[in-house]
Design a protein around this ligand. Structure first.
Ligand code: UDX
Ligand code: ADP
Length: 454
């Protein structure tokens, strides 16, 4: 069997590496129009940082895992084609700011329709609005030529930073197809691929629309939990309660559960905001105004949370950060990834830059060029300095803003006492991830602030 995956990004790369690792007899080719990205997948420095990914890629690369820019050949030779291209929020026209931009998906469908000479199974891996499969199928079928295409939905639930473990041992694999015999046969083919390493009871099959909607709903529910606890963090700061204590207390209720209750500077990543806005657009489209408003509030709360931290920093620093050096610890949207898409750090940094601060930024994995790009700055801008470690960033700074929960920033891994001696006084510490013990930080000499703590 031959599998082709169009799109060598954060989803396509790790997912295909795992399939190739687990199914030695299946040839897996990952293609992308971005030649630099493909070259990086073939090198020692992969374009995606994920713990365990390089090892997995090295195990299969050249054996049954290949990376290429020759999209046509890969399509032509494949039995199953995964579409794993980006589906960003539309920035123009109808639905701008909310709807998903499906132009990349549509381009893939047209390319497959033009190139394929035999029947294919097409699998939607990218997160897509409900009923996209229908459009993809119509495009494919419109080209005729006697081939048949089965379109399946198989959303990916991996989280960045834990992608390899999530792929190894997923909570579930979801495959959506149609009721007819040909579609069910295609569903079974895909089930059999996953069944090589995923227990059968964890592979669930539904109709196409349920599968597409489940992905949006899962992300909306997860994000909603974070916005809910973040809303309470603001109340904690006003009342003297401690948000971590509240989260722990409510999380012990088995009906609530303890996961995804970590209050923070705000959620980021390529999925949550995009998928919720997509859901909001879908609800509005169907005239469900109240439902749309309900889900949109999750994003509104997240925006509020991101802004709250920058405001707090300015207000604590005697109402001005102008010309003050502020050390930023972490820029990725969470630990163990080099991805900065929608990172809360971008928003906090932009707010501080607008207030005239000079930022000294250190992230263990993010490419410095990405930081300039995310902040909309020229490469020679003097407003920010990219540092090689947290000590350099903090030297001479008035404050530290810890924005990503990298293990390296834990008190056992960073000598905060040393850092404190080299900072301006009072030395402020803002923990946007509640990663440190604020009392310990105070004992060291910091004026410390956390999220949802007085
Ligand atoms: C998410 C979903 O978890 C995953 O199933 C889906 O396939 C893609 O979207 P991802 O965005 O990679 O995955 O990471 P996730 O661990 O969900 O974190 C998203 C954001 O929420 C991060 O910024 C993280 O720091 C934040 N977060 C997460 C919190 O602030 N508090 C929490 O308790 C959990
Ligand atoms: P995700 O997080 O969903 O994986 P990424 O942006 O990391 O998103 O990856 C999507 C990839 O898809 C990009 O590398 C992009 O170049 C690629 N891509 C987009 N359109 C096409 C296409 N028509 N053919 C091949 N690759 C494409």
């Amino acid at each position: 069997m031959n599998i082709c995956c169009i799109g060598a990004g954060y989803v396509g790369g790790p997912t295909m590496a795992k399939i190739a690792q687990k199914c030695e007899d299946i040839q897996v080719t990952v293609v992308d129009i971005n030649a630099a990205r493909i070259a990086a997948w073939e090198s020692e420095k992969l374009p995606v940082y994920e713990p365990g990914l390089l090892e997995t890629v090295k195990e299969a690369r050249g054996r049954n895992l290949f990376f290429s820019t020759d999209v046509d050949s890969a399509i032509d030779g494949a039995d199953i084609i995964f579409i794993s291209v980006n589906t960003p929020t539309k920035t123009y026209g109808i639905g701008a700011g909310k709807a998903s931009d499906l132009k990349y998906v549509e381009k893939c469908a047209r390319q497959i329709a033009k190139v394929a000479k035999t029947d294919k199974i097409i699998v939607e891996k990218s997160t897509l609005p409900v009923r996209t499969a229908e459009s993809v199928k119509r495009i494919l079928d419109a080209y005729g030529n006697g081939r048949t295409f089965q379109v399946l939905s198989n959303p990916e639930f991996l989280a960045e930073g834990t992608a390899m473990a999530d792929l190894d041992n997923p909570d579930r694999v979801l495959i959506g197809g149609e009721k007819d015999e040909a579609s069910q046969k295609a569903v079974q083919t895909l089930v059999d691929v996953y069944a090589r390493w995923v227990p059968k009871e964890k592979i669930i099959t539904t109709n196409l629309w349920s599968s597409e909607l489940s992905k949006l709903t899962a992300n909306a529910f997860l994000a909603q939990r974070i916005s809910s606890i973040n809303s309470i963090s603001a109340l904690c700061e006003a009342t003297g309660a401690d948000v971590d204590e509240v989260a722990y207390a409510i999380g012990l209720d088995s009906r609530i559960g303890s996961k995804f209750l970590k209050s923070s500077v705000g959620f980021g990543g390529s999925c949550f905001q995009k998928d919720i806005l997509n859901l909001v657009y879908l609800c509005s489209h169907f005239g469900l105004t109240e439902v749309a408003a309900y889900w949109e509030s999750v994003v509104t709360m997240n925006d509020f949370q991101k802004r709250r931290l920058s405001k707090r920093i300015v207000s604590a620093l005697f109402n001005t950060v102008s010309d003050k050096r502020i050390a930023v610890f972490g820029f990725a949207f969470k630990k163990d990834t080099n991805d900065t898409r929608e990172s809360a750090a971008i928003h906090v940094c932009k707010d501080l830059l607008e207030e005239g601060a000079r930022l000294a930024i250190y992230d263990p994995k993010v490419d410095p060029l990405q930081i300039y790009q995310d902040l909309g700055l020229e490469l020679n801008s003097e407003q920010i300095t990219i540092c090689t470690d947290q000590y350099e960033a903090a030297r001479g700074a008035h404050a530290i803003a810890l924005l990503t929960e990298w293990d390296a920033f834990r008190t056992e891994n960073t000598d905060y006492a040393q850092i404190c001696t080299e900072m301006e006084k009072p030395a402020f510490f803002f923990d946007g991830r509640n990663l440190t013990n604020l009392d310990e930080m105070r004992a060291i000499g910091f004026e410390s602030h956390g999220i949802g703590k007085v």
